[in-house]
Design a protein around this ligand. Structure first.
Ligand code: UDP
Ligand code: BGC
Ligand code: MN
Length: 323
């Protein structure tokens, strides 16, 4: 009796151990694929790679130009700073519509930060608080545009970016940063300004264990000059639901011979706020296959939507749309 019990216990224990080991091995080998090598811009080359360009109101400011070399060289890990998370520090400097420009010096970069959005309130709150604290230390001129999908159709991330880009261009912004609402930069030197080549910014994401899953990944947070975005006819309007629209953007750039770039990993660490996965778009692979063929007929030149409301909040410009 004693022996049998012992044996039974032994078997269960053994099984549990085997399951734990297999789980551990699977976990350790994730992600299953990642880009073993990719080109990146070293810290010392970053300032030279950024394109100096500002909106008209900034160019008329009569003060000395801000300097950026110390900001880039310092590249501090700022995610652990409690005051970046607690509240918008010294919020009075931010203008209605979520716009900021330094007063003590003339910014060298003007950037429209475009965020596609629907029903992620907690993330939005965290994003706005953190980003306004983060961005102001970079001494750039920026404005946050939140493009909210008001209808109940599947979420159309790329179309919301097209809308945001069009509005940002009306406001004269020469540089667009297309950003998910749940991605926060960890290093202070990931400048929210455009490089000559479109830039994939969140290449070391904690969700991917700080590795790049594949070399042509061009999603999450990217920077692109407004003129380049217009040249490629923006993004596709046809991706309803999760996935593929960012790969489609990469295909468009590729088809036009436009190369992308990234900053070195120590500038490109991001965290993704936790959320449940969205429902994938079953059509995405088929759409992606014909990305380059559709590029000239599907995008900014075929964009149709209804602007329900545009409102200036204290921390962002809110564009409510029906797709
Ligand atoms: N998004 C949103 N509401 C949704 C789905 C998506 O606001 O219901 C926006 C949000 O900015 C989000 C981005 O689209 O960060 C990308 O979606 P998601 O985070 O689900 O994709 P992931 O990159 O995590 O796979
Ligand atoms: C999807 C992209 C997504 C990437 C990383 C790809 O399979 O097509 O939209 O950004 O995976 O999640
Ligand atoms: Mn996400």
């Amino acid at each position: 009796m004693f022996v049998r019990l012992w044996h039974r216990n032994f078997h269960i224990h053994d099984l549990l151990l085997a399951i734990s080991l297999v789980t551990l091995i699977v976990y350790l080998s994730l992600p299953f694929r990642f880009a073993s090598h990719y080109d990146y811009i070293e810290g010392s080359q970053i300032e030279g790679a950024l394109v100096p360009q500002v909106t008209r109101n900034v160019s008329l400011q009569e003060v000395f130009e801000c300097t950026y070399s110390e900001i880039i060289a310092a590249n501090r890990f700022v995610y652990n700073l409690a005051h970046y998370h607690e509240a918008v520090h010294n919020g009075g400097e931010i203008r209605p519509g979520g716009e900021f420009r330094p007063e003590q010096c003339q910014a060298r970069y003007s950037t429209a930060i475009i965020v596609p959005y629907r029903q992620r309130e907690e993330q939005l709150h965290a994003f706005l608080t953190y980003m306004h604290n983060y961005l102001r230390q970079q001494l750039i001129h920026y404005r946050i545009f939140l493009v909210e999908q008001y209808d109940h159709k599947p979420f159309n991330r790329a179309m919301l970016f097209n809308i945001g880009a069009q509005v940002a261009a009306e406001y004269g912004f020469p540089c667009l940063i297309l950003s998910d609402v749940d991605l926060l930069p960890l290093n202070s030197g990931q400048m929210y300004a455009c490089t000559e080549k479109p830039r994939h910014m969140c290449s070391a994401l904690d969700h991917w264990r700080f590795r790049l899953p594949y070399r042509s990944l061009f999603g999450g947070v990217v920077a692109i000059n407004t003129v380049q975005f217009q040249q490629i006819n923006g993004m596709s309007n046809l991706y309803h639901g999760w996935g593929g629209e960012d790969d489609d953007l990469y295909e468009r750039l590729n088809a036009m011979g436009i190369d992308i770039c990234r900053f070195a990993m120590e500038f490109s660490e991001y965290t993704m706020l936790k959320h449940k996965p969205e429902k994938p778009n079953k059509n995405r692979v088929a759409l992606l296959r014909a990305a380059a063929l559709r590029q000239h007929s599907d995008g900014l030149n075929s964009l149709v939507y209804k602007e329900v409301e545009r409102r200036m909040h204290s921390l962002f410009t809110h564009i409510l749309v029906e797709t």
